[in-house]
Ligand binder design. Structure first.
Ligand code: SF4
Length: 90
């Protein structure tokens, strides 16, 4: 059950993220509880990529990860290994 305190705590925790990444308010992953976006194997990576594939802010997410050199996790449907390859190629 959500209480007013839960809502206030959630807003306090998410406000800095939304300020830095306003597009994340539309992220498909925020609705998903049973998929890890820090996958530990190919199966988990495919599950995360499937969600990213339908995300309306996929491009913004990947741009952010590349611009900030995010090292871990799935961003914009692109794994950390693939992002490293993209960075080397650019
Ligand atoms: S592209 Fe993937 S990781 Fe990025 S916001 Fe969308 S669902 Fe989340």
């Amino acid at each position: 059950m959500n209480t007013m305190d839960d809502t206030a705590t959630f807003e306090a925790l998410t406000a800095p993220i939304l300020e830095e990444r306003p597009w994340s308010a539309f992220a498909a992953c925020q609705e998903v509880k049973d998929v890890s976006f820090f996958p530990q194997n190919k199966s988990q990576e495919r599950a995360a990529a499937a969600i990213c594939g339908i995300c309306p802010v996929r491009e913004e997410c990947l741009d952010h990860a590349l611009a900030t050199n995010e090292r871990l996790g799935m961003w914009g449907g692109v794994s950390e290994k693939r992002r490293r390859a993209l960075a080397r190629a650019s």
